[in-house]
Ligand binder design. Structure first.
Ligand SMILES: [Zn+2]
Length: 244
């Protein structure tokens, strides 16, 4: 059952204590299309023993809550252990990038060597600008240098390098519409577990998207594109027939 409030320390400890000791893959989950498609992929890849991490953004109000709720729904579907991290620092901007707030928790997890992670999943698509992947390079360097007790990476230790997870971006060549098709072919009900709208309206325990903003249009267009995909006609597939 999805919880609206972020995890307490005790909630977190329960999740971490329940992890498979062979857990090797960290998947950041935002509730959106790209991270869900990458979760579909990692769930299928037998080499990945997965844990999820949601970086809750309290400053984002209902948007932050909706992303957290939908991340939990996605994790529940896949029986994925889901951790959460958030900052309690009051800031003047509505949202500070998760590259600042979320990655501090990931670095703590890695440097503390609580989980021997081999891979950190960057849930990109062919339409992304790759900032994520490039920015994470510097965080790897900080962690490797810290673990080697050196001031620049000319002194980095091999033991530190194998402790700092590699970045995987397994679906970077697929467009958003192709990711939607991948998700729908796994289970079209999964499309109902995607949240992207920054302007949600609260409706009971759930949220409804505004259906007017750029992110709502982007998702609807991607669904339409997936619905009209050549593959569907070529193969006689009706995998998106339930889409409105
Ligand atoms: Zn919207």
């Amino acid at each position: 059952m999805a919880k609206i409030r972020p995890h307490t320390f005790e909630d977190q400890k329960r999740v971490y204590d329940s992890l498979d000791p062979l857990t090797n893959t960290y998947i950041p989950l935002s509730g959106g299309t790209e991270s869900l498609a990458n979760l579909v992929y990692c769930d299928y890849d037998p080499d990945c023993i997965n844990m999820g991490g949601h970086w809750f953004m309290p400053q984002a109000g209902h948007f932050g809550e909706a992303m957290w709720i939908y991340s939990q729904k996605q994790a529940e579907y896949f029986n994925l252990p889901l951790t959460e991290a958030h900052s309690t620092v009051p800031v003047n901007r509505q949202v500070v990038s998760p590259i600042i707030t979320g990655l501090s928790s990931v670095m703590e997890l890695i440097v503390g060597q609580h989980v021997p992670l081999k891979w950190f999943i960057v849930s990109g698509s062919a339409e992304d600008d790759m900032r994520w992947r490039l920015q994470f390079r510097e965080y790897r360097k900080i962690m490797a240098n810290y673990l080697s007790d050196c001031l620049d990476s000319s002194g980095v230790e091999l033991s530190a390098l194998v402790t700092v997870p590699e970045i995987r971006n397994p679906l970077e060549f697929l467009t958003k519409a192709e990711l939607i098709a991948l998700i729908a072919r796994k289970d079209k009900e999964l499309l109902d577990l995607i949240w992207t709208c920054p302007y949600p309206k609260k409706k009971g325990p759930d949220y409804i998207p505004c259906r007017r903003c750029n992110k709502c249009s982007e998702l609807e267009n991607a669904k339409k594109l997936a619905q009209d995909a050549v593959f569907r006609y070529q193969e006689g597939k009706r995998f998106l027939s339930a889409l409105r």
